[in-house]
Design a protein. Structure first.
Length: 322
């Protein structure tokens, strides 16, 4: 069952240097209980895409067009058209985010337990204090040792990994249907990365949660994702089940990404830069945005016409497959 259906999402940033076409006509689906990984280089539009789902785009950014249909109990809600007041009830409660830097999500002046209680109270009402034991329970769920005393700690008293897990416990405090994790493991070391990954897996199974997971790390993708969407230059260029993508990548960019990873099953294998630079999205290359870096570009075609997306289970946007 599709829980989220994003169609033709387009987001521009109106800067002094010009209009940055950060995300253009991006479409993808998220199924109930799955983990969808979004991979791509910095600046490919991963964060903007996922933030736009609940309209977390600040000026000079603007959502230009598209829809994000969220399905709840037979209801279909276009999140991009919902009044802000109603969207606020969904954001954080039904669709929750974990961002890259846990410190920025925590207030240094309040204890962890208080802040988790605050997250719960924001959506369920009542006094923050009454949720203290629930906060402790949430910290236990994210495998924080000695949760009673940790709940009374201030953020600076916790390690990076514990802070990140506290942020995750806040994000899951209202049992979201969709958890969006934007490179949640970048700030922490490899052991903690693996633990956070395990935690997501468990939460997904426990709550039937759907997860969108943004990452650079192909090892994490291989281990954790059910499906993968590859972004390049503000567009999704390929989308497939994870085994399929690793065994049979189609888009030349995806192939480049996978070639650059020595061993895709190595959890430390990160994306290596492939030759060339990411496109300038103020003036994106015409035709296929990847053509200046593509070794198999079709002359006279790829630099002129944009390839359509073809395929069902395994989608690709490249002239080689049309
Ligand atoms: Fe390369 Fe052309 Fe395919 Fe783009 S459409 S990836 S330039 S072959
Ligand atoms: Mg980002």
């Amino acid at each position: 069952m599709k829980i989220l259906e994003v169609k033709d999402l387009t987001v521009y940033f109106y800067t002094y240097a010009g209009v940055v076409k950060a995300v253009e006509k991006v479409s993808f689906d998220l199924y109930k209980g799955e983990v969808l990984a979004i991979v791509g280089e910095t600046g490919s539009g991963k964060s903007v895409t996922t933030r736009a789902i609940t309209r977390l785009i600040q000026p000079p950014g603007r959502i230009i067009s598209g829809s994000a249909i969220y399905r709840r109990d037979g209801e279909e809600i276009d999140l991009l058209k919902l009044p802000e007041e109603e969207l606020r009830k969904i954001r954080g409660a039904e669709i929750a985010y974990v961002f890259q830097d846990p410190s920025s999500a925590l207030d240094p002046l309040y204890t962890i337990g208080y802040q988790i209680g605050e997250a719960v109270a924001a959506h369920r009402g009542g006094k923050i204090k009454q949720y203290f034991s629930e906060a402790v329970d949430l910290l236990r769920r994210v495998l924080i040792p000695d949760p009673e005393s940790r709940a009374k700690s201030y953020p600076h008293q916790l390690s990076g990994g514990m802070k990140q897990r506290s942020v995750i416990s806040m994000a899951i405090s209202n049992r979201p249907r969709i958890l969006i994790a934007d490179e949640p493991t970048t700030a922490v070391d490899v052991t903690v990365q693996a633990q956070i990954l395990q935690l997501f897996k468990r939460l997904k199974e426990e709550f039937g949660m759907s997860v969108i997971f943004i990452t650079h790390n192909m090892g994490l993708v291989a281990e954790f994702a059910d499906r993968v969407a590859v972004m390049y230059g503000g567009k999704i260029v390929e989308e497939a089940p994870v085994e399929e993508l690793f065994q049979n990548p189609r888009h030349p960019y995806t192939k480049g990404l996978l070639r650059a990873v020595v061993n895709p099953l190595n959890p430390q294998g990160r994306l290596e830069p492939i030759p060339g630079t990411i496109p300038n999205l103020i003036n994106p290359p015409p035709g296929c945005r990847f053509h200046p870096r593509c070794l198999v570009a079709i002359k006279g075609k790829c630099e002129r016409e944009e390839p359509p997306t073809v395929g069902e289970r395994h989608k690709v946007a490249c002239w080689l497959y049309v």
